[in-house]
Design a protein around this ligand. Structure first.
Ligand SMILES: O=C(O)CCC(=O)C(=O)O
Ligand SMILES: [Fe+2]
Length: 380
């Protein structure tokens, strides 16, 4: 059975398959290939096939195609209406008056830059264990032809904070642990607040959504560092993808590089001072019965200025939470689009599937899943 969402997603710009070559260099090989960011040599390991290369510059913003801005201090009814429109039309928006102290955001940005500025060996040493340090690699070695122009630090376990702080900044580890913890607490508060508003903006009562609201929390955070790149038009910072969780909170510096797929083109997102970018993840798309969609996005790089971004992923943490649209969102005009699923199963599927971009989600949640599973084992 053809899925509504599959059809919609296939019209996005990024559905063009990224070339598939199973063998990829190991992390250390990729690191060895990578020149220091000041070098003018572009390593072949990072050259993407022309069809995947970005044609829109990091700062090629289009007037009139800016992300909606939601002021969280506005009257709740007005805010919900704007939110609904932003989610239906974009799947991405900026929030202002979000309550996260500006100095905390700047401190975190500074810490992130300071961490990525450490020698490679120190970064690897400081992140052994539950921190996963990804060095110039694509999300999955199996899936992609080339490495991404990014260093990424993924954190799934908050108890690792003191370890990284004491390895990376032995002299100030207590203060730095506190900054990390305070920051993540603020992100958690914001994630909770946004998820509730999203539910209400769909006209669903909080009580109906209680399983979702109480079953979501921190599913991870990722620090991205994109060094300046001698050949940005042949490189990708992050490959096109959707986020699997419910709500992503993206804090970026002022350089620019985030691009989102919209109506067949890539739109460069202009950073706004003190604003935070929010996007809908796959799990919320499923819960909303596809009223709100997760949107493919990517990061491009530039030749002048390194960039940092910090993604905070808020989503299902309760193991027994089944992601399923509430009855208010299913009717004759809105038949069920996705099958119910558990987040952990979806995450396992993502790591083993060969599908790119949003296709992994579309196939995994399709209502005729057994047939779709066979399709997924084929090369895209
Ligand atoms: O750096 C960016 O702008 C995008 C980051 C992102 O999409 C992610 O970490 O999932
Ligand atoms: Fe993302």
């Amino acid at each position: 059975m053809a899925l509504q969402v599959t059809a919609a997603a296939s019209s996005t710009v990024s559905s063009a398959p990224l070339a598939f070559i199973p063998a990829r260099p190991s992390t250390s090989k990729a690191a060895m290939d990578l020149p220091s960011s000041s070098s003018k040599v572009f390593p072949e390991s990072h050259r993407w096939p022309p069809s995947d290369c970005p044609k829109v510059f990091h700062n090629q913003y289009i007037r009139g195609l800016e992300l909606p801005v939601i002021d969280l201090d506005e009257d709740e009814r007005v805010c919900l209406e704007k939110l609904r429109k932003a989610c239906e039309e974009w799947g991405f928006f900026n929030v202002v008056s979000h309550g996260v102290p500006q100095d905390l955001m700047k401190s975190m940005e500074g810490l992130s830059k300071s961490f990525f500025g450490l020698p490679v060996e120190s970064k690897i040493q400081a992140t052994e264990g539950s921190w996963k340090f990804r060095l110039y690699e694509s999300f999955s070695r199996k899936k992609y032809t080339a490495c991404s122009w990014v260093e990424g630090l993924n954190v799934h376990d908050l108890s690792a904070i003191p370890q990284i702080a004491s390895c990376a900044w032995p002299e100030q580890s207590t203060t730095i642990s506190k900054t990390f913890t305070d920051y993540l607490r603020e992100m958690d508060k914001l994630g909770k607040r946004i998820l509730r508003l999203l539910v209400l903006s769909l006209g669903v009562k909080e009580s109906t959504a209680s399983d979702l609201l109480s079953g979501c929390g921190f599913t991870g955070t990722r620090f991205n560092y994109y060094p300046s790149c001698p050949e940005p038009s042949m490189a990708l910072g992050l490959v096109p993808h959707t986020d699997p969780n419910c709500v992503t909170i993206l804090h970026q510096d002022s350089v620019g590089g985030l691009q989102i797929a919209r109506k067949g083109q890539w739109i460069a997102v202009k950073p706004i001072d003190n604003a935070i970018v929010i996007n809908i993840g796959d799990s919320f798309q499923a819960w909303s019965n596809c009223r709100y969609k997760s949107v493919e996005h990517r990061a491009v790089v530039n030749s002048d200025t390194p960039r940092v971004s910090i993604g905070y992923f808020y989503g299902p943490v309760a193991e027994d939470l089944v992601i399923q649209a509430p009855s208010e969102l299913v009717d004759g005009d809105h038949p069920p689009v996705h099958r119910p699923f558990r987040y952990m199963d979806y995450m396992s599927w993502r790591t083993t599937s060969n599908l790119f971009g949003k296709n992994a989600f579309n196939v995994f949640t399709s209502l005729d899943f057994p047939g779709a599973a066979a399709a997924a084992s084929e090369k895209p």
